[in-house]
Design a protein around this ligand. Structure first.
Ligand code: PGA
Length: 256
């Protein structure tokens, strides 16, 4: 049974007081979120420790980093290691978010190293995949997803796969207000799960959570989360206000 994970990626948003208020608002509304839903906050690095301190009162909201370096330590100005993330209170980390790929130029080799460092460092990794608009229009979506899986997940063991979550984030839907329809998203998720089954076996494939990301909002979340192979959401913009994040966390669960 895969538990639903609702993750809020704050990206490079919010000053300290805004971050504090947001967490306070989420904690105040937490009782309304069904207990089987797991929540995850992914703030900028500088707010990880204050957010971790606020989250001490609950075990239901986890903390994650937005990226990780592949080395354990060293002369890597600006980078953060897996052990630093753990020390700051993180259980999760994003690897391969489309902004890392397309704005910062993280390539497959870099992402494979980051993913291995995250898993070896005891973190749960959320590995993001997704096609660009031109690739979708050229009907290359499945080929792009296959490549993104193969290049980075190839050779992982069963134990490592247990700490892996995938996020399908079509690049054309991120921050654009243009969400994939539930059918389009489900098709891509089912494809990813089939590929995982071929590569790692049915048992592993049925356990790996696959989140959808790209303009998820309280009013489209229920339909997306109702799809068989959609196990949660990776939320950007709508995670920056407590009410919309909580609205997504409650969506489709019968409470509102
Ligand atoms: P968005 O971002 O919800 O603002 O589209 C999603 C993401 O980039 O993870």
């Amino acid at each position: 049974m895969r538990t639903t994970l609702i993750a809020g990626n704050w990206k490079m948003h919010l000053l300290s007081e805004e971050a504090r208020q947001l967490v306070r608002g989420i904690l105040a509304g937490l009782a309304r979120v069904p207990s089987e839903r797991e929540l995850l906050l992914i703030p900028p690095y500088v707010w990880l420790m204050p957010v971790a301190a606020q989250l001490r009162e609950t075990s239901r909201v986890k903390l994650g980093g937005q990226d990780v370096h592949w080395e354990g330590e060293g002369a890597f100005t600006s980078a953060i290691s897996a052990s630093m993330l753990r020390d700051a209170g993180c259980e999760y980390v994003l690897v391969g978010h489309s902004e890392r790929r397309h704005v910062f130029g993280d390539d497959a080799r870099t992402l494979a190293r980051k993913l291995r460092a995250a898993l070896a460092g005891g973190l749960q990794a959320i590995y993001c995949v997704g096609e660009q608009l031109a690739q979708r229009e050229a009907q290359e979506t499945e080929a792009v997803l296959d490549r993104q899986l193969q290049e980075v997940l190839g050779g992982l063991g069963t134990e490592e796969m247990q700490r892996l979550t995938l996020a399908y984030e079509p690049v054309w839907a991120i921050g654009t207000g243009r969400t994939a329809t539930p059918e389009i998203a489900q098709q891509a998720h089912a494809h990813l799960r089939r590929r995982l089954a071929e590569e790692f076996g049915e048992a592993v494939a049925s356990q790996v959570r696959i989140l959808y990301g790209g303009s998820v909002k309280p009013d489209n979340a229920a339909e997306l989360l109702a799809q068989t192979d959609i196990d949660g959401a990776l939320v950007g913009g709508a995670s920056l206000a407590a009410e919309s994040f909580l609205g997504i966390a409650m969506a489709g669960s019968g409470v509102s």
